[in-house]
Design a protein around this ligand. Sequence first.
Ligand code: FES
Length: 108
Amino acid sequence: MPDFPVARFHALKDGEGRIVHAGDLEVALFRDGDRVYALGNTCLHTGGALGEGFVIDGCAVCPWHGWQYDLASGRRRPGIGDLGVPTYATRVEADEVVVTVPDDAMGS
Ligand code: FES
């Protein structure tokens, strides 16, 4: 599973999203306090860019029509079956945010 350094933690605004690239994959990055989360960038409603959204109560909020996704699980809130966006592991190393993407999410 490849790792991608995508941002400086200190440059992320608390509660705001940002679109980053992990290889060819668009990722929505969110800082919530001292934690950082990485979700798939495409909203399941009509394709809004989640990374242009913001955080409320532990959820990423799509800027287009307000759909919300749990930052940790990617599940839509309120839940609709198993509907959700992918999530990716993150870690911070010496202020660098690193996103780990499974091989099967990288495409061919
Ligand atoms: S496109 Fe995200 S809520 Fe509509």
